[in-house]
Design a protein around this ligand. Sequence first.
Ligand code: FEO
Length: 176
Amino acid sequence: MGGGEMMISEKIEEAINKQINEELYSAYLYLAMAADLEKRNLKGAANWMKVQAQEELTHAMKFFDYLNERGGRVKLMEIRQPPFEWKSVAEIFREANKHEQYITAKINELMDLAIGEKDHATANMLQWFIEEQVEEEASTDEIATKFEMIGEDGRGVFMLDRELAARKFVDETEEG
Ligand code: FEO
């Protein structure tokens, strides 16, 4: 037997290509949310969303690089149009949280597929995303809940917006 690693299955290749699209759509959605937040003059919340969009690009690239590494073919698909306005800042973060729950479900489906196909390398790569999704859901839920509690209280919104201005982009995929 040759030493080469087994090529990735067509099914998993297709599922990873779909997930690359989901991650790119996530970046697009969060950029759209950042734009709406800018319109509301919530610069801190907009900053948070822009950083979130940057993170999503690194998620897409982690799948992109993994697929190439396994000898698969990356096929980029059309990215659908996200909404461009929401009812309130609380709704924006609540929708972001719902979107993260949807992404978690997609990652779980991918994991089920990898386990079903006995593709241990893919399952191992996905473990990073399983852990990341716990964080993604928790952070968006926490901010959504805060904005929901604050409601129309301008001082509260101002304080939370200032807090969200502190977020800086860190490429977490670099840590393996
Ligand atoms: Fe790529 Fe927000 O999960």
